[in-house]
Design a protein around this ligand. Structure first.
Ligand code: FCB
Length: 499
């Protein structure tokens, strides 16, 4: 099982029978000439929709990465072990026994990567800080060398005219804290807030825009319920709910700790979101879709903005499992300055079959073409989720913190300097057209970050999935911007998609 069907597995763990593993997408070898499918556009939108898009001049065009996926340098300068170090060093957990020990070596090559961003006319770079670089065991005084690295990175970005957007937790919990119970242990919330305060105090004079968390649903569910991701715990729904509650408390605690040391900081979080579409018009499927939306999309946003879990579960056995204590509502509340949306694909939802304990059945859509991760390409889903969140939460400031696709296109031609990844360009063009439409319809979207600047370590899939705008040759760390990157550079300059 992998991330393609983690949502299906959620329902499976809850007792439903819908778990349907599927085959992989397309093979990833050979050159374009051997691979006629590589020329097939990812999706075709009417030219009028493409031409109508005109992004504002001050739009934050960016790319995103995460510490464990790109930094490497896993044990240098006082860094402690993270749960992803432990997980990837454990045989059988990651495809091809891959690890993030070296990854893209951005820890040493950050200047080269910033030069690349500049060449691509980038205005924003979303990166994450590795908690065990700052506190090796998750508590105690800061490791100066770790802070210095992020300080250098920040300064170099600012010198290049690029906004640093910093995520504080993109899944690499210090292993020592995991040994003490990890996220299901409530004490982790306060420790996380201490760490968030330390980083914000040092970098808050130069970094304005912060994301507290990346995809809390994914790291709590895959880490503690299904075990597909670090730390590999398979406690099912009850452990997920406990972990998720600590994360919600930690999100609120961190928000306050950060504002205390940097009152002008603009603080949000980046949530994985997938618009749910009822499989049929039946009332049962529509009700299941509302439950899916509550758990999958707003479980960590509603708590922050409204101080309570989504109402659809009020009074249910799920609510009882969370373990809410008096005062938790206030602790969870965090009036976020902006909302980050990571969008990859939509979901088709139906009511669980009779006798199932699951709140819903979830499937991927199958109408669009598939990426090599076998994720359906569905640009309209971005319009749907952005407008939904915009309407439900009173038009918050939104940034797209991730959106992207995996295709295995390789350098081509005699000098190997060209990566013709037509499908990725069309993927981005389609999604950006839908995002522009959401903005025309009133959504307050300020930025967009392509996942990713570089091919990198794709968690349990190791290096088998290439999401980068830039091709990375892991043998010598050579970076080659793909054709999609050159196209994205023109979009970032013109604000237009017909370029
Ligand atoms: C998201 C993660 C990111 C990356 C992309 C492909 O869920 O936040 O780190 O792995 O998927």
């Amino acid at each position: 099982m992998n991330r393609r069907n983690f949502l299906a597995s959620a329902a499976a763990l809850a007792g439903s029978s819908i778990f349907t593993p599927r085959g992989f997408g397309l093979p990833q070898m050979g050159q374009e000439a051997d691979r006629p499918w590589a020329q097939i556009p990812a999706v075709a939108l009417p030219p009028a929709d493409i031409g109508a898009a005109q992004y504002p001049k001050d739009f934050w065009w960016g790319t995103a990465t995460a510490a464990y996926q790109v930094e490497g340098a896993w044990n240098v300068d006082g860094k402690g072990e993270s749960i992803w170090d432990r997980f990837s060093h454990t045989r059988g957990k990651v495809k091809g026994a891959a690890t993030g020990d070296v990854a893209c070596d951005q820890y040493h090559l950050y200047k080269e990567d910033i030069a690349l961003m500049k060449r691509l006319n980038q205005k924003s770079y979303r990166f994450s800080v590795s908690w065990p670089r700052i506190q090796a065991t998750g508590v105690g005084p800061a490791n100066q060398k770790g802070l210095d690295y992020y300080s250098r990175l920040t300064d170099a970005l600012l010198a290049a005219g690029i906004r640093p957007m910093c995520t504080l937790y993109h899944w690499d919990l210090p292993q020592t804290l995991e040994d003490q119970g990890g996220w299901p242990n409530r004490d982790t919330a306060a420790k996380f807030a201490d760490y968030a305060g330390i980083v914000t105090k040092v970098l808050g004079d130069r970094i304005e825009t912060w994301a507290i968390l990346n995809e809390p649903w994914v790291f709590t569910y895959l880490g503690y319920a299904s075990g597909v991701h670090a730390p590999g715990k398979t406690g099912g729904i009850p452990t997920f709910l406990k972990a998720a509650h600590t994360v919600n408390l930690g999100q609120g605690d961190a928000f306050r700790a950060m504002k205390a040391v940097a009152p002008k900081a603009k603080i949000g979080s980046a949530y994985s979101m997938s618009p749910g579409e009822p499989a049929t018009d039946s009332e049962a499927d529509k009700a299941a879709t509302a439950r899916f939306h509550a758990v999958n999309n707003v479980w960590f946003l509603n708590t922050a903005l409204k101080g309570r879990y989504p109402e659809v579960f009020a009074g249910s056995k799920f609510e009882q499992m969370i373990g809410i204590q008096p005062g938790d509502d206030k602790r969870m509340t965090a009036p976020l300055d902006w909302v980050g949306i990571n969008y990859y694909r939509r979901s088709i939802i139906s009511a669980p079959p009779a006798g199932s304990k699951a709140p819903f059945d979830q499937h991927d859509g199958f109408d669009g073409p598939l990426t090599e991760f076998a994720w359906e390409v569905w640009p309209k889903g971005l319009y749907d989720i952005v407008t939904t969140i915009s309407n439900e939460y009173d038009k918050p400031i939104i940034e797209i913190t991730e959106n992207g696709c995996s295709y295995g296109d390789t350098p081509y031609g005699p000098d190997g300097g060209h990566v013709p990844d037509t499908r990725r360009t069309e993927f981005y063009r389609g999604h950006l057209a839908e995002l522009a439409r959401a903005m025309r319809d009133g959504a307050n979207v300020r930025g967009y970050h392509a996942w990713s600047l570089l091919d990198n370590f794709e968690w349990a899939e190791g290096y088998s999935q290439r999401f980068g705008l830039t091709y990375v040759d892991y043998r010598d760390q050579k970076r080659t911007p793909k054709d999609s990157a050159l196209w994205y550079a023109k979009v970032a300059t013109s604000g237009r998609l017909d370029v």
